[in-house]
Design a protein around this ligand. Structure first.
Ligand SMILES: Cc1cc2nc3c(=O)[nH]c(=O)nc-3n(C[C@H](O)[C@H](O)[C@H](O)COP(=O)(O)OP(=O)(O)OC[C@H]3O[C@@H](n4cnc5c(N)ncnc54)[C@H](O)[C@@H]3O)c2cc1C
Length: 327
């Protein structure tokens, strides 16, 4: 079986999610070594700019067009992808561990009866065998899972798992038609957008996360300022979201979002397992907590045992100075 790889390309407004480009870049590196093909799969592109943005990354780009396909829906996208996988028979189908990926991939795996690994953070090859890296038990264990499927296996990866290589080439575009009519008796009556944040939490390189130690919603102003100085995003623990200090879309953890930024700073976050499951693969973790025994310090690369209300103003001032120096 040829080691061709499919990559699901997820749109965002009129553009393409960075995590999709990361996956295309990684897949291309793999298929180059196996003399096989990376296919990008783009369903219902909202603009031709989306097609142009992704074209330099895969070897081939399958663009599926049809009425009603411009918004993701599991009931229309799943049968299209099932058909494409059965036709092209790739060895792997990669996608992002975003809300869409987490909805789509398990459904598709069930339809295909295929193996599925969620929330992975790496992939390597030992000879012909693909090994997928995944953190388990809140990051206490790093597992490597071998794929020995004859048929296509599905894997979703946390955003920021791979770097983006400089693209080389221009993919051949394969046009396919798809049916945007639902197989199920579901009609979407209205879609409402929540307030748009400048940087997507799952794709942010920098996240400063507030926990219950922040004491109240009004104290989040300072971490908003730090996030803005660092061009990053504010995250929150579930305790904070449950207390209605922040919106659910900011929640990191088991019942929130999984993130993997280059730098995560936890402020007054205890580091409960349900929280760390969502941030344990951050590249550098800094914890600010006045309790030296807080579990978050077991995950932290740098720990500050102090009152966050003393540390954060000092941090903000230093960042401002650095920003001014940098001009
Ligand atoms: C099924 C399930 C799913 C869950 N999903 C999630 C999830 O997705 N995300 C999530 O976060 N949680 C989740 N939880 C809840 C999780 O178990 C914890 O209860 C929660 O993460 C605790 O939030 P916290 O760290 O903000 O609060 P706390 O545990 O109350 O910690 C507050 C910390 O702040 C420190 N602190 C207080 N004042 C200061 C100060 N002035 N300066 C410095 N430090 C200070 C304290 O020492 C303490 O460590 C889930 C729970 C369950 C059962």
């Amino acid at each position: 079986m040829a080691k061709d790889i499919f990559v699901f390309i997820e749109g965002k407004d009129e553009g393409v999610r960075k995590s999709s480009i990361e996956l295309l870049s990684k897949a291309k590196g793999i298929t180059k070594n196996h003399n096989s093909t990376t296919y990008g799969i783009l369903i219902g592109p909202k603009s031709e700019e989306m097609v142009d943005t992704v074209r330099p990354y895969p070897d081939k780009l399958i663009v599926v067009r049809g009425d009603g396909l411009d918004e993701y829906r599991w009931d229309t996208y799943t049968p299209i992808l099932e058909r494409l996988i059965k036709t092209y028979r790739p060895f792997l189908f990669l996608g992002p561990s975003t809300i869409t990926g987490k909805d789509l991939f398990p459904r598709l795996a069930a339809r295909l009866g295929a193996a599925y690994i969620s929330d992975a953070t790496g992939i390597e090859f030992e000879g012909e065998e693909a090994l997928v890296k995944k953190a388990m038990f809140g990051g206490k264990i790093i597992s490597w899972m071998g794929i020995n499927e004859k048929d296509c296996a599905l894997v979703t990866f946390r955003p920021n798992s791979f770097s983006i290589d400089r693209p080389s080439g221009m993919a051949e575009v394969i046009e396919e038609m798809g049916d945007g009519k639902s197989e199920e008796a579901i009609t979407v009556l209205e879609t409402k957008k929540t307030m748009e944040k400048k940087v997507d939490l799952q794709e942010a390189d920098f996240i400063i996360c507030g926990g219950r130690g922040m004491k109240g919603p009004e104290q989040f102003g300072i971490i908003e300022e730090i996030a803005s100085l660092m061009e990053g995003r504010v995250g929150a623990s579930r305790a904070v979201v449950d207390a209605k200090w922040r919106d659910y879309e900011d929640q990191i953890g088991k019942s929130g979002k999984t993130v993997s930024p280059k730098l995560y700073i936890g402020c007054g976050v205890s580091g409960a397992l349900h929280h760390t499951m969502g941030m344990d693969t951050s590249k550098v973790i800094v914890a600010i907590n006045k309790d030296p025994n807080a579990p978050i310090f077991q995950y932290a690369d740098y720990g500050i045992v102090d009152d966050l209300f003393d540390v954060l103003p000092a941090l903000k001032e230093e960042l401002k100075k650095l920003k001014e120096q940098a001009g």
